[in-house]
Design a protein around this ligand. Structure first.
Ligand code: FAD
Ligand code: NAD
Length: 402
């Protein structure tokens, strides 16, 4: 009999780590490994708010896949997945089709606008390198235009961000740093630019305790970020967001939606059952009833039994899931029992620009300010290390002093 074919969809944290681990777990004789990704590069999704604000070069956040996985061991297919056909064990790509014996779905997230009117048409979203670079280019263009056009509106320089979860807060933190640079470059007074972050919930970053939340609020407000809390966005228009009970229209030349995420639309289009935008998987990381398919990273929910709710989707979680999937694929191929996934929480850090941040690390130890910012760079460099070793850290790592 021929060797089994494992197909991994997506080369984000989950998929790329799975492919790398599989090359360690299985010999070339034991299985064929195929990695499918839309582009020939992987990107650090956790750095996209910096790409979107223009505080790092997009190229720093991306890595050629063939530099970190050996094309001799893993067949690399650069194509977009359109549909998964479970019955025939085939995946339809934009330009071809591919059969599998085992499948790992790791296609990541898409922005979720919850059907809010006008959001898809009018707001930018931070989803990948292309969409994030578009935001920074758009913002810079508003500044470049300002002193050159007669009838430029007063609000054109405003940047309006919908949602103050991790992504929204980290993004406005970068903007607080970038806007003064743009003002200087384009000879514009800082007071002409508003950075406004609108949040429906009563607090920003509800996963952090009050003290850290207060720290983050003060840091952002001191640097000119306006936080509009407890105000839901009900509509996006070409001019801005419609906000709060009184339906105030807040105008801005740049509007960005960071109000939530859901699994890649490939899953819904392929008939997977979605719960709050993602696929539920059992603790072995397979959806119920599926013997030869794993769904991981931002495409799935894994139940946290202690907290009685799913683990929040993070890069940290995605990479740990990949380790278990690789081990479980080996187990399936060698007729061993599969193992359950257990999350080992290393803590959480949110950046507030280059040199500030807040974090919970090592079971309850709180960080804020430069120490949190330094910790964030350690986390970012560690992610590179796990993907490409010290060589990649030296090439793409974050070493700029505060
Ligand atoms: P992704 O990283 O989204 O990777 C998906 C991959 O699939 C990509 O390579 C994409 O190109 C590819 N792909 C998508 N669709 C297709 C298709 N149709 N065909 C082929 N290929 C496709 N988490 C943390 O733990 N710490 C952080 O500090 C942190 N910061 C974040 C900051 C931002 C701005 C954002 C947006 C998220 C952050 N997260 C953070 C969350 C974290 O990035 C995600 O949980 C993580 O990226 C999930 O990994 P993934 O591999 O499932 O998906
Ligand atoms: P999120 O769902 O965590 O936050 C979205 C925010 O938008 C929420 O606070 C929500 O109340 C708000 N919102 C939703 N609808 C709204 C409306 N109509 N009007 C106003 N506000 C509204 O999404 P995210 O921040 O993109 O994060 C996605 C995932 O990525 C999470 O699991 C998160 O943990 C992870 N992440 C982690 C980090 C980090 O660890 N540093 C950074 C970014 C993202």
């Amino acid at each position: 009999t021929s060797k089994p074919k494992i197909v991994v969809l997506g080369a984000g944290y989950a998929g790329l780590t799975t492919a790398k681990r599989l090359t360690k777990q299985l010999s070339a004789e034991q299985a064929e490994i195929v990695l499918v990704n839309k582009h020939n590069y992987h990107y650090e999704t956790t750095w996209l708010h910096e790409v979107a604000a223009g505080t790092i070069n997009p190229n720093q956040a991306r890595v050629m896949i063939s530099d970190v996985v050996s094309p001799n061991r893993v067949r690399l297919v650069y194509d977009a997945v359109v549909k998964i056909n479970k019955e025939d064990k085939r995946v339809v790509l934009e330009n071809s089709e591919i059969e599998y014996d085992y499948l790992v779905v790791a296609l990541g997230f898409e922005s979720n606008d919850f059907g809010i009117k006008g959001m898809a048409e009018h707001a930018f979203a931070i989803e990948d390198i292309d969409s994030s670079r578009l935001i920074s280019e758009h913002i810079e263009y508003q500044f470049a235009k300002y002193n050159n056009e007669e009838n430029v509106s007063e609000e054109s320089l405003n940047i309006l961000v919908g949602g103050a979860g991790f992504t929204g807060i980290e993004f406005v933190g970068e903007l607080a740093q970038k806007v003064p640079e743009l003002c200087k470059k384009y000879d514009i007074d800082r007071s002409k630019v508003r950075i406004i972050n609108v949040e429906a919930a009563p607090s920003i970053l509800p996963m952090f305790d009050k003290e850290l939340v207060e720290y983050a609020k003060k840091s952002l407000e001191d640097r000119g970020v306006e936080l509009k809390i407890g105000a839901a966005i009900s509509e996006a228009t070409a001019e801005g967001f419609v906000v709060g009970e009184e339906k105030e229209l807040i105008k801005a030349g740049t509007i960005v939606w960071t109000g939530g995420v859901k699994a890649s639309s490939v899953l819904g289009n392929s008939g997977f059952e979605l719960v709050k935008g993602k696929v539920n998987v059992n603790s072995d990381l397979r959806p119920e009833g599926e013997e030869d398919m794993f769904v991981i990273g931002d495409c799935s929910w894994v139940w946290n039994k202690e907290a009685d709710r799913p683990y929040p989707s993070t890069a940290q979680l995605a990479m740990q899931e990949a380790d278990v999937v690789a081990a479980n694929l080996k187990a399936l191929i060698t007729n061993q029992p599969v193992q359950d996934f257990k999350f080992s929480d290393k803590g959480t850090v949110a950046s507030l620009g280059h040199s500030d941040g807040i974090g919970n690390v090592m079971s309850g130890y709180k960080l804020s300010g430069k120490s949190a910012a330094a910790m964030k760079k350690v986390v970012d460099n560690r992610s590179l290390f796990l993907l490409g070793g010290p060589k990649l850290v030296l090439k793409k790592g974050k070493f700029r002093p505060f």
